[in-house]
Design a protein around this ligand. Structure first.
Ligand code: XMP
Length: 517
């Protein structure tokens, strides 16, 4: 599906900074659409996208070295304002004839910005305001036409401007929260320098997407794999608005779901939204294939393969389906095409429906491919989905299989399901569910001795895992109140048959991972 073009756009050229996505989000917070593009996009291609302004991101490289990433210097002849941030400012300076050197003193952390001359970018910003620095190089000589507009104790050229051309550079990072007035600086760039109009709202996104999907799919059929998670649920409601009976959602119960999950999905989507929902209970075949398997990667591969098989079969049954909906998000897209970073080794093979379209020869419809997760939640709110779905904690595709260490059996699934439901219930009751990234139980492959009444027991161990995180890439364990841990532990041992011990996981990621497998 095509990009949304009806809005003013800011192009962000990505030089590999860990903050590039943050820049994009900050711009969108002002209701101006932003898109992250490869740093070496040709000037003519950039012009085709008709951006109101260009932001050059920071990056880990040094412009002093030959192999460092550069942009097409033609972008400075397009008549479009440019803001260079950190590496972006140094690169702009170098390409336009300035000089960049290794800094005498590396600057990392807070600095005070002294404003040296009035200008649009720093308009309304207090001199002495706190900014966040992270650089080893500095601009020593500015290109012709530029003037210095601010300095800090260690950077005599902390911010530069060629006002006639609309070119600005900042050595610090306006996009991070540590830069006290960073938002105001970005706002100045968007509205005072680029004269962008803000119109990018979730309401307009929904209208636009509904029209675009109708146009693309026409009277054909589209299928969507519904998992009950945030992305596929919001997508289902959005596509239902556009396509009604031409949308079929397929919900595969792989037997590895949490307690009452299948019932909940059917109730919400079939009964409440009256969607075309095909429910496929494939528990038996999944469990048969997983019988005796203990290796986590093998479990994932089997589940991924079986999911595709079941999904394909259900799609074939419908017949004549030309389109496949997918809840791909913007970070997935950026990561898959980024020239920098991205995990180089497989830590865990993540299972999703990404392998489906090539084999099935269907055209992909991915309305969220330019959205961040929190924007999908806003779409969900605009579409009036229940909070219970919008703020659902992430749940892995392979489900409880990666939370049952060792063999997967119906009995072990049932033990974990009951324990997990107690954990979620107590976390919700304590008002912590939405503050925590994930909270769940893990069933360990050992038994330990206990005593219940006068009897010796020899039963299972459940670990409680609760983590806080922003994106699942790094995480820290949550310091739950001891009384809450005690309550959860008591309830699990008393209420779940087959468990006589509960432990609390106190490991962060890295070096551990969130899931145990
Ligand atoms: P880890 O365990 O790698 O998890 O620290 C990071 C995040 O990813 C989720 N996760 C998965 N999601 N398929 C998924 O769809 C998977 O195979 C998978 N493994 C982990 C995990 O729940 C956490 O949010």
């Amino acid at each position: 599906m095509n990009r949304v073009k009806a809005f003013d756009t800011i192009a962000i050229l990505d030089f590999g900074s860990q903050y590039t996505q943050l820049i994009a989000r900050r711009v969108r917070e002002f209701k101006v659409f932003s898109e992250i593009l490869p740093h070496d996009i040709k000037a003519s291609d950039l012009l085709d996208r008709n951006p109101r302004g260009i932001i050059l991101s920071g990056g880990p490289a040094s412009v002093r070295f030959d192999k460092s990433p550069i942009c097409d210097s033609g972008i400075f002849n397009l008549g479009i304002p440019v803001l260079g941030i950190c590496y972006g400012m140094q690169l702009m300076s170098k390409l336009l004839g300035g000089k960049v050197h290794g800094a005498r003193a590396r600057e990392y952390g807070y600095a005070q910005l002294k404003i040296k001359s009035r200008n649009l970018l720093l308009g309304g910003i207090k001199s002495g305001t706190q900014v966040w620095m992270s650089h080893g190089d500095e601009v020593r000589r500015m290109p012709k036409g530029f003037k210095r507009i601010a300095d800090t104790q260690n950077s005599s050229i902390a911010s530069i401007a060629d006002e006639a051309k609309g070119f600005y550079g900042v050595q610090f990072h306006p996009e991070v929260v540590h830069t006290a007035e960073g938002k105001k600086i970005l706002k100045n760039f968007l509205f005072k320098i680029c004269a962008a109009k803000s119109g990018w709202t979730m309401k307009s996104f929904i209208e636009d997407t509904v029209n675009a999907v109708r146009k693309e799919v026409g009277r054909d059929k589209l299928i969507l794999g519904l998992s009950g998670g945030v992305d596929s649920s919001v997508l289902a409601v959005l596509l239902n608005k556009a396509l009604k009976k031409n949308l079929t959602c397929i919900f595969v119960n792989n037997g590895l779901l949490r307690k009452d999950e299948a019932k909940r999905v059917i109730n919400t989507f079939k009964k409440h939204y009256r969607m075309n929902l095909k429910y496929v209970d494939a528990t038996a075949v999944f469990l048969k294939n997983l019988k005796g398997i203990t290796d986590p990667e093998k479990k994932r591969k089997i589940i991924g393969r079986e999911f595709i098989r079941v999904f394909e079969k259900a799609a074939k049954k419908l017949g004549g389906v030309k389109f496949l909906g997918q809840g791909t998000l913007y970070p997935d897209l950026i990561e898959s095409r980024s020239s920098f970073g991205g995990p180089s080794v497989t830590i865990k093979t993540h299972h999703n429906v990404g392998g489906l379209p090539e084999k099935m020869k269907m055209r992909l419809v991915e309305p969220f491919k330019y959205l961040f997760k929190d924007e999908v939640r806003l779409v969900g709110r605009e579409l009036k989905l229940p909070d219970d779905i919008i703020y659902r904690q992430p749940f892995p595709g392979p489900g409880l299989a990666v939370r049952i260490i060792g063999k997967i059996t119906r009995d072990r699934l049932s033990i974990l399901r009951e324990a997990d439901a107690i954990i979620i219930d107590e976390i919700k009751t304590a008002g912590l569910y939405r503050k925590i990234w994930q909270s769940f139980g893990v069933l360990l492959p050992i038994k330990t001795v206990g005593v219940m009444g006068d009897e010796r027991t020899y039963e299972n161990v459940i670990a409680i895992r609760t983590v806080k995180s922003l994106d699942g890439m790094t995480a820290d364990w949550v310091r739950l109140p001891a009384e809450l841990i005690a309550k959860i532990s008591n309830r699990i041992i008393n209420e779940v048959r087959g468990v006589n011990r509960v432990v609390y996981d106190v490991s962060s990621k890295p070096p551990s991972t969130i899931e145990w497998e």
